[in-house]
Ligand binder design. Structure first.
Ligand code: HEC
Ligand code: HEC
Length: 280
């Protein structure tokens, strides 16, 4: 496995098993990755399962309250229903699994990855493996992936932004300038009224846990650089993205017990927010 691949996420490496970094051929961050048209879905049972899976990704908390422990939904981070490049896209995901994943040191399925985000990104509880909710989410992901050829493709991973050191003091000022109007000066906008007004919470008990992939500096920096501010994406330079990302990640957020057991065979990414027992 190359250095880039072992430091990067599974997503940057086509599922972590291919051994090659994702091909970063040109794909504009403001486009959508190819997927079938929703208008082609019908009323048959296969289409209804796909539509329900999509609804669960967008209205996760309202639909599955006992599985979600914060104010986020799947598409808070997987933008545009999973079709946005450089926003943790889900297009192609069912072609990437099952695959070896260095974070668990085992082979994982797409269901494992979905449940991983329920536990770590939504601070919630996993779905039952054989249940209707998981079936419908995977039906949506399979349909979403059906026009994407197998193998690594552009728009994945963090290679789209260089590794930089953040200045969190400067990040605090920049947060006030560029981010607080939607996410709140206290980063809590979504949870204050119990509804999402403009932008979801970025830290505190209603945000993602420290064990979420989103708590990695480079992932947040890339996400912010390409997609935030939500109404003016592409406006924030690389270095400013790192500064605000560093500031956001310096704030308190839910813990994820057991996180030190991640990457049991070593190779944890350099920008990981916590220590693991195995060597990096
Ligand atoms: C115009 C409003 C707006 C502005 C300004 C804005 N965001 Fe967002 N942000 C959003 C919305 C809306 C989402 C969720 C997208 C969705 O649900 O479809 C989001 C999602 C996020 C997420 C992922 C979800 C989460 O809660 O962690 C992060 C991280 C984030 N924004 C960071 C920032 C940062 C940093 C800035 C400043 C550079 C910023 N945003 C500016 C509206 C905004
Ligand atoms: C707080 C942000 C956040 C939320 C909310 C979130 N995810 Fe994720 N998800 C990520 C990040 C970041 C990654 C990639 C990094 C990693 O490997 O952890 C990821 C990875 C995944 C993957 C694997 C993608 C791949 O190509 O390897 C799947 C599948 C997935 N998420 C599904 C979901 C589902 C379904 C939900 C809602 C139940 C959800 N996620 C909620 C941030 C989020």
């Amino acid at each position: 496995m190359s250095l880039v691949c072992s430091l990067a996420l599974a997503t940057a490496c086509g599922g972590g098993g291919s051994g090659e970094p994702a091909a970063e051929t040109a794909v504009a961050p403001d486009t959508l990755l190819p997927a079938p048209a929703e208008s082609l879905l019908t009323q048959d049972s296969a289409s209804r399962s796909i539509q329900r899976g999509l609804a669960l990704l967008v209205f996760t908390r309202d639909s599955l309250p006992s599985h979600v422990g914060n104010a986020l939904h799947c598409t808070s981070c997987h933008l545009d229903k999973g079709r946005k490049p450089f926003a943790n896209p889900l297009v192609g995901v069912t072609n990437r699994y099952p695959a070896y994943w260095a974070r668990t040191g085992t082979e994982v399925t797409v269901e494992d990855r979905v449940n991983d985000c329920f536990r770590r990104s939504l601070n919630g509880r996993p779905l039952r493996a054989g249940g209707a909710d998981m079936r419908d989410i995977v039906a949506y992901l399979t349909w979403l992936s059906s026009e994407m050829p197998k193998g690594p493709h552009a728009g994945l991973g963090v290679d789209s932004i260089p590794p930089l050191q953040p200045d969190t003091v400067r990040g605090k000022t920049q947060f006030a300038m560029y981010c607080s109007r939607c996410h709140g000066a206290d980063g809590q906008s979504g949870s204050r009224l119990g509804i999402e007004r403009y932008g979801p919470p970025l830290w505190g008990p209603q945000s993602f846990s420290i064990g979420s992939g989103m708590s990695r500096l480079r992932i947040v920096a890339a996400f912010v650089h390409h997609h935030m501010p939500f109404d003016a994406p592409g406006f924030v330079a690389d270095s400013i993205s790192y500064d605000v990302a560093g500031f956001v990640l310096s704030r308190p957020r839910p813990d994820f017990p057991g996180k030190e057991l991640d990457w049991p065979k070593g190779g944890a990414p350099e920008d990981l927010a916590y220590k693991t027992k195995a060597k990096r």
